[in-house]
Design a protein around this ligand. Structure first.
Ligand code: F6P
Length: 322
């Protein structure tokens, strides 16, 4: 079947670089003679048929903008049989030959269900968490890590001026990738992530005392949000070490702002690749990066695989962070 119309949507938490991906999808589609439709507010926009025809102009001046011009939503109802049937019917009624979904793992699960109903879907990993199994990168992760790093550089100035310990919680849901990368980039004394057990005495207090012995007077501890322990360990650290400590929860600042060059580039490449797949009649795929190359895997492979945590990098981080 010839691919004449492609719909693009963003779903789940927004991520910097989503706009660059939308732009690539729209322009690459137009250059192949495909009609691109923009879907508003994720999957719910398919069901409510809130779609509009996109042009080269509608995606002008968006490559540098965070967020998503198509808006986004978390739509758990789309994972129900009824929701999927409604979405599939709407796609058929609107003569949509393929759907490009930019989002995280929940969005990929919905795309898989939609594919099972005969709608060709291709997913782009768009999430700051970088927790899509099979892909080394997701759109937004690099920007989030850089944003958190710049914020923590500022926190360090004040921690240093007061000889304090700053405990900083970074986003990432149950995935420690942001915490690990940020922890390395800011030279944290401890990095606490859901993937690895930790011992308060050995992995925090002893490391602080060791650094103190080496002459350090201020400390940065990075905590992944999935652990939900930032404020608790902050008061424990003060009690145990007598070092004045403060907790900072970075929160949604990590999700906004202009995407880095890296995120703009992978978003653009992935967007073009997704259109090529649909143009060749291929669907039910997630675009991934492996060894810095773009390719794809079946959606079922991506959603049924476990994200491999980089334990080697974590061990190196502990070796050099003090
Ligand atoms: O999945 C992206 C993410 O930013 C997570 O890191 C975080 O746990 C979650 O979304 C926050 O979701 P919300 O914006 O709905 O509060």
């Amino acid at each position: 079947m010839k691919c004449k119309t492609v719909a693009v949507l963003t779903s789940g938490g927004d991520a910097p670089g989503m706009n660059a991906a939308i732009r690539a999808v729209v322009r690459s589609s137009i250059s192949k003679g495909i009609r691109p439709l923009g879907v508003m507010r994720g999957y719910s926009g398919i069901v409510s048929r809130d779609v509009f025809e996109m042009s080269i102009q509608t995606v002008s001046d968006i490559i540098e903008r965070g967020g998503t011009i198509l808006y986004t939503a978390r739509s758990p109802e789309l994972l129900t049989e009824e929701g999927i049937l409604k979405a599939a019917k709407a796609c058929r009624d609107m003569k949509i030959d393929g759907v490009i979904v930019i989002g995280g793992d929940g969005s990929a699960k919905a795309a898989h269900k939609l594919s099972e109903k005969g709608i060709r879907c291709v997913c782009l990993p768009g999430t700051i968490d970088n927790d899509i199994a099979c892909s080394e990168n997701s759109i937004g992760f690099d920007t989030a890590v850089n944003t958190a790093m710049f914020m923590i550089d500022k926190i360090r100035d004040t921690a240093q001026s007061h000889d304090r310990c700053s405990v900083v919680e970074v986003m990432g849901r149950k995935c420690g990738n942001i915490a690990l990368h940020v922890g390395i980039a800011v030279g944290a004394t401890s990095i606490l992530i859901p993937e690895c057990d930790f011992d308060f005495e050995k992995d925090i207090i002893e490391r602080i005392f060791f650094s103190q012995k080496m002459g350090k007077k201020h400390f940065i501890i990075i905590v992944a949000e999935g652990l939900k322990i930032a404020s608790k360990i902050t008061s424990e650290i003060t009690k145990r070490t007598k070092i004045e400590s403060r907790a900072t929860i970075l929160g949604h600042v990590q999700r906004g702002g202009p995407p880095t060059a890296f995120d703009r580039i992978i978003a653009s490449e992935m967007g073009c690749y997704a259109v090529e797949l649909l143009f060749s009649g291929i669907g039910n795929k997630v675009i991934i990066t492996k060894n810095n190359k773009i390719s794809s895997v079946d959606i079922s492979t991506a959603i049924n695989s476990k994200e491999e945590f980089n334990l080697g990098l974590y061990k190196k981080a502990l070796e050099i962070s003090m």
